[in-house]
Ligand binder design. Structure first.
Ligand code: BGC
Length: 848
C-alpha cells in the first residue's frame, strides 16, 4: 500500500496545503525540528549540532554523546579516508539521537587564528578545507544523514557577527572563501546549506540572492535546502525571495502568519515563490524520511552509545590529528628506559578540555583527561607526579563533579516556577536533575511557564581540600548564589556585560569561601529570565525588567592557589624528574562563539612557567590543547612540542599513545603557527569597523602571505614530524601538457619505525601579469603505515581546479596558457621536487 507521505507526489502535496500550513513549514516549531502537518501525514525531521559530535536536541538535559576531535584536528590528519569514516561515525551518532540532519561541517576559513570559531573550521587553506569537508559530507550522507554545510559564506570571525559586512574582492571570495563550499559541492553534494550570520556585498547572506540563487543554485546546481543560522533571518520577503527555505530556530520571529500574509497581500512575496520554497523543503523532508524511516517514524528518543569500537575509533582519530612539532634528541617517545620519574604539570592536565565552545560543545559520555591518559599509558615502573603550576581558565571550572542532590544523586536539582504579575512564584512546575553547572535554557522549557519564570538550582557542594575556594556566577538573565542560606554572589541587581552566552551575558562575578575537606555546603542558585531594568533603577523589580534574549547560568569554582607558590612548586618538581609533560593551551571558554580571541598569548602565566621549568629540566615536552594557533616564545627552549588541538573525549589516551610511542605521529599543520600576531596576514583588518570587515590581505591568507613577503613562521603550514624518517624520489607526471594530470612519487621509510607520510603538492602559476600566491596547495595524499625500509608509490590527480583563477573581468574561472610548477614535498616550506606542466590552450569555465 502506498505510504501517505513517503510515496506522495510533492507537487500534489503542495497543492493540497493551505497557505497557513505552507507558512508554518517555512519556519520551525522549536529549536531542532521541522514542522509536521498531521493532516497530510508530513512528519517532522530533527537536526542537531555538529561538527565534532552530535549533541542531541537539548542543551539543557543533554543526553551524552561521543565527542570527536575539532575540525582543525581532523584536517591535521590530511587523511580523507579517515575523515570519511568520521562522517559515518557521526551519522550513527545522529541516528541514535533521532536526528537525520547534522548541522555540520563548518567550512569557513581560518583567516585569523584569533577567530572565535577557528577550531570549528578545517584550515586556512581552501583546498584542504574543501577536501576535508567533501570526505566528511560523503561519509555522513552515505548513511543517509544530511550534512548542513555552514556557514555560507565568510563567517570567518565573530566580531559583530550578525552585522558585519565582509568586504573582499571577487577573487578572494571565489578563490578562498567560496572555494571549500565549491569543492564540497563538486565532490559530495551536501543536502543542506546554512547561511552565515553576516553580510557579503552589503547584503546579509540569508537575504543574498546572488549567493543563494546565483552561485549556489544556478552555477553549482544545488537542489537541497538552505536554512538560516539560529536567529540569522532578518526579515520576511527578502529572505524568502533570495532563496532561504527555512528560518531557524522556531517559533519563528519572521515567518509568522500575520507577517507572511502581509507580504503576500502586498505582493512583496508571490505565492509562486512560497510554493517553490515549500516544494524544496518537502522534497528534502521526504528524502530524509525515505532514507531513514526507522528514525523519522521512530520513538524520537535520544540515546548514548559507548562501545569499545567507538572508543577505539575516537582514540585513533584523535591520535592521527596530533602534530609533533619538535623532538630534540629523540626525546619522544618516552619509555621506561629513558624515564623513571615523570612530572605532569599544567592547567589542562586534569581538566576536561575536549572541544571548543558554543554550539559545537556537547556533554561527553566520558572524558579521558591528559593526566588520566598519561598515568594509564605510562610503563608500570614509571613514577608520575603532578603539579598544576598555574591556572589558565577564563571562567572558573564547572562544578558538577562536586555536587550531589538531597537524595544523593550526582548533580543538582533544577526546579522551575512561574512568576505572577506581582512577581510572586507559583507552585513548582517541573524539576530535573542536571549533571552540569553550565545551564543553557534556550532550546528547552517545560510546558506551562508564564512569560517571566524562575529556576532554583539546589545541591550539596563538597570540596576535597580544606581551604579557600573561589566561586563564580555568570548569567544571561539574572542570578544569585546562596551558600548555606547566605547570599554569596549577586549577579542580579547590578550587572556588568561580558561575552558569556554568545556575547549576551555578564562577566563572572566571584566570591571566596572557606571549605572544609569532605564537608558539604548547601548551594542555591536563583535564576530569572529577565535582564535588570535599564532605567537605572537597581531595585529588584521583576515587573519593569525585560525578558533576556539568551537564557543561561553558570556556576564555577576552584581552589584558590597562591600563584607564585604554585609556580615554585612546579619548578621544584620539574628539577627533580627525568622528564616533564606540560599540558596547557586554551579552553572552550577562550575559543567560542560571539567573540574573537584578543591575543595569541597563552592565558595565565603559562609562558612564564614553561620557560622556568625548561630552565631546570632539558626534557620538557609541551602539549598544547587549542583549536588554533597560540604564540610559543619558549619554543626553542623545550625539548618536545605537540599540538594536540581539542581532541575529543579520548584526548588523554590519544596523547598518551603519541607520548609513549604506541602511535607514530603523522599529523601535519592545517594552519600556519605564527611567531607574532603582527605576522598574521589579517592583523591590520581583523575587526569589524563601522560595520565592515575589510579582507585587505585578499588572496594572501595563511602560508601564502608568509611565503610572499618572506616572513618566517614559528611552524609552517603542512609541517609535522614523525618518529621515523622518509625520503621521496621518482617524481613523475602522466602528461606534461594537460590540466588533467596524475603525479606520482615514491615515499620510502628510511628510519626504523613504521609510520605515515603526507605528500603535499603545491602549484605555482605562470607570470601573466596577474597577482598569484607563490604556492597553492592543490593536492595531497597520505601514505599510511609504511614499514621501515619499504617504499610506497603515492599518486595525486589534478584537474582544471589546480590551474584556475577567478577572472572578474569575465566572471569566470580562467586557465591561462603558460608553464605551471608542480612542487612536491612534505610541507609548504619543504618542497623538494618540481616538475613543469605547460598549458598550451587556455580556457574559461563556470559551474563546477
Ligand atoms: C551557530 C551554528 C549552530 C546553531 C545551532 C549558531 O549559534 O552559529 O553553527 O548550528 O547555532 O546551534
Amino acid at each position: 500500500m502506498a505510504h501517505p507521505f513517503l510515496d506522495a507526489d510533492i507537487a500534489d502535496l503542495v497543492q493540497k496545503l493551505r497557505i497557513d500550513e505552507k507558512i508554518s513549514l517555512l519556519g520551525a516549531p522549536n529549536w531542532w525540528n521541522t514542522t509536521a502537518i498531521e493532516r497530510l501525514k508530513i512528519p517532522p525531521v530533527r537536526m542537531s549540532d555538529g561538527p565534532n559530535g552530535v549533541r542531541g536536541s537539548s542543551h539543557f538535559v543533554a543526553i551524552p554523546a561521543q565527542c570527536l576531535p575539532c575540525s582543525t584536528s581532523l584536517a591535521a590528519t590530511f587523511d580523507t579516508e579517515l575523515i570519511y569514516d568520521a562522517g559515518i561515525f557521526l551519522a550513527q551518532e545522529a541516528k541514535i539521537k533521532s536526528s537525520v540532519i547534522l548541522l555540520a561541517p563548518t567550512c569557513n576559513i581560518q583567516r585569523s587564528p584569533l577567530g572565535g570559531r577557528a577550531f570549528e573550521s578545517f584550515s586556512e587553506d581552501p583546498h584542504l578545507s574543501g577536501m576535508m569537508a567533501s570526505a566528511y559530507v560523503n561519509g555522513l550522507q552515505s548513511e543517509g544523514v544530511a550534512a548542513t554545510i555552514k556557514h555560507f559564506v565568510a563567517n570567518d570571525q565573530e566580531h559583530e557577527r550578525t552585522a558585519a559586512d565582509s568586504v573582499m574582492s571577487d577573487r578572494a571570495l571565489r578563490e578562498i572563501y567560496l572555494y571549500p563550499f565549491m569543492l564540497a559541492q563538486k565532490h559530495a553534494q551536501p543536502w543542506a546549506y546554512m547561511t552565515s550570520y553576516g553580510r557579503v556585498r552589503g547584503l546579509h547572506c540569508s537575504e543574498n540572492r546572488q549567493l543563494l540563487q546565483g552561485i549556489l543554485r544556478n552555477e553549482w546546481d544545488f537542489d537541497g535546502i538552505v536554512i538560516s543560522d539560529w536567529f540569522g533571518t532578518y526579515g520576511v520577503d527578502e529572505a524568502i525571495n533570495a532563496g532561504l527555505d527555512l528560518e531557524m530556530p522556531g517559533p519563528p520571529r519572521w515567518r509568522t502568519q500575520p507577517l507572511v500574509s502581509h507580504c503576500l497581500t502586498s505582493q512583496k512575496v508571490l505565492p509562486r515563490v512560497i510554493d517553490e520554497r515549500v516544494t524544496t523543503l518537502l522534497r528534502f523532508v521526504q528524502h530524509q524520511a525515505r532514507r531513514n524511516p526507522d528514525v523519522v517514524y521512530g520513538d524520537g528518543k535520544e540515546r548514548s552509545r559507548d562501545s569499545p569500537e567507538a572508543r577505539t575509533f575516537c582514540r585513533k582519530l584523535a591520535a592521527d590529528g596530533i602534530v609533533l612539532l619538535k623532538n630534540q634528541g629523540h626525546l619522544l617517545p618516552l619509555s621506561a628506559e629513558n624515564v623513571k620519574h615523570l612530572a605532569i604539570i599544567g592547567p589542562n592536565a586534569k581538566s576536561s578540555v575536549i572541544s571548543g565552545g558554543g554550539s559545537a560543545q556537547l556533554k561527553a559520555t566520558y572524558v579521558v583527561t591528559p593526566y588520566a591518559g598519561i598515568t594509564a599509558g605510562a610503563p608500570s615502573d614509571v613514577v608520575v607526579d603532578y603539579e598544576v603550576g598555574c591556572y589558565a581558565h577564563k571562567y572558573l571550572p564547572t562544578l558538577e563533579a562536586n555536587l550531589e542532590t538531597s537524595t544523593s544523586e550526582s548533580g543538582w536539582l533544577c526546579t522551575f516556577y512561574s512568576c505572577d504579575e506581582q512577581g510572586k512564584l507559583t507552585e513548582p512546575i517541573a524539576d530535573f536533575i542536571l549533571r552540569d553547572t553550565r545551564v543553557k535554557l534556550n532550546d528547552f522549557l517545560p510546558a506551562g511557564l508564564s512569560s517571566t519564570w524562575m529556576i532554583k538550582l539546589t545541591g550539596k557542594l563538597t570540596m576535597d581540600k580544606t581551604g579557600p575556594y573561589d566561586l563564580g556566577l555568570t548569567v544571561a538573565g539574572r542570578a544569585k548564589l546562596w551558600v548555606n542560606g547566605k547570599l554569596a554572589i549577586d549577579n542580579w541587581t547590578k550587572q556588568t556585560p561580558g561575552d558569556f552566552f554568545y556575547g549576551q551575558g555578564t562577566i563572572e562575578e566571584k566570591a571566596t569561601l572557606d571549605f572544609e575537606a569532605g564537608v558539604g555546603v548547601d548551594i542555591l542558585v536563583e535564576y530569572i529570565n529577565t535582564s535588570p531594568p535599564k532605567n537605572g533603577d537597581e531595585e529588584d523589580d521583576m515587573r519593569s525588567s525585560q525578558p533576556a534574549l539568551m537564557r543561561g547560568v553558570r556556576l564555577g569554582g576552584c581552589e584558590r592557589i597562591d600563584p607564585d607558590k604554585a609556580i615554585d612548586s612546579a619548578v621544584s618538581l620539574a628539577s627533580k624528574v627525568d622528564a616533564v609533560v606540560f599540558f596547557g593551551g586554551l579552553t572552550p571558554e577562550w575559543e567560542s562563539e560571539g567573540f574573537d580571541r584578543p591575543t595569541l598569548q597563552l592565558p595565565g602565566r603559562q609562558d612564564e612557567i614553561i620557560t622556568r621549568i625548561a630552565e631546570v629540566n632539558p626534557n620538557v615536552i609541551v602539549c598544547i590543547q587549542a583549536g588554533s594557533a597560540v604564540s610559543m616564545p619558549w619554543a626553542d627552549k623545550v625539548g618536545g612540542l605537540l599540538q594536540s588541538w581539542y581532541s575529543g573525549n579520548e584526548a588523554g589516551n590519544a596523547i598518551a599513545d603519541i607520548v609513549f610511542g604506541k602511535v607514530n605521529p603523522s599529523g601535519r599543520l592545517p594552519l600556519t603557527l605564527p611567531v607574532r600576531l603582527e605576522d598574521v596576514p589579517s592583523f591590520l583588518n581583523r575587526h569589524s569597523e563601522y560595520g565592515k570587515i575589510h579582507y585587505r590581505e585578499d588572496l594572501f591568507v595563511g602560508y601564502k602571505h608568509y611565503q610572499a613577503v618572506g616572513i618566517q613562521a614559528q611552524f609552517p603550514f603542512g609541517f609535522g614530524l614523525s618518529y621515523t624518517e622518509f625520503s621521496m624520489s621518482n617524481l613523475s607526471l602522466s602528461a606534461a601538457t594537460d590540466v588533467d594530470v596524475k603525479v606520482s612519487v615514491d615515499v620510502k621509510n628510511v628510519g626504523n619505525k613504521a609510520g605515515s607520510q603526507v605528500v603535499q603538492l603545491y602549484v605555482s602559476y605562470p607570470d601573466i601579469g596577474i597577482t598569484q600566491p607563490p604556492f597553492q596547495l592543490r593536492g595531497f595524499a597520505k601514505a599510511r603505515n609504511i614499514l621501515p625500509g619499504s617504499t610506497r608509490t603515492v599518486q595525486i590527480s589534478l584537474n582544471k581546479y589546480a590551474f584556475s583563477f577567478w577572472d572578474p573581468s569575465v566572471n569566470s574561472w580562467r586557465v591561462s596558457v603558460g608553464k605551471y610548477g608542480l612542487h612536491v614535498g612534505s610541507s609548504s616550506e619543504q618542497l623538494d621536487f618540481k616538475v613543469i606542466v605547460t598549458v598550451k590552450k587556455g580556457f574559461l569555465w563556470n559551474g563546477l
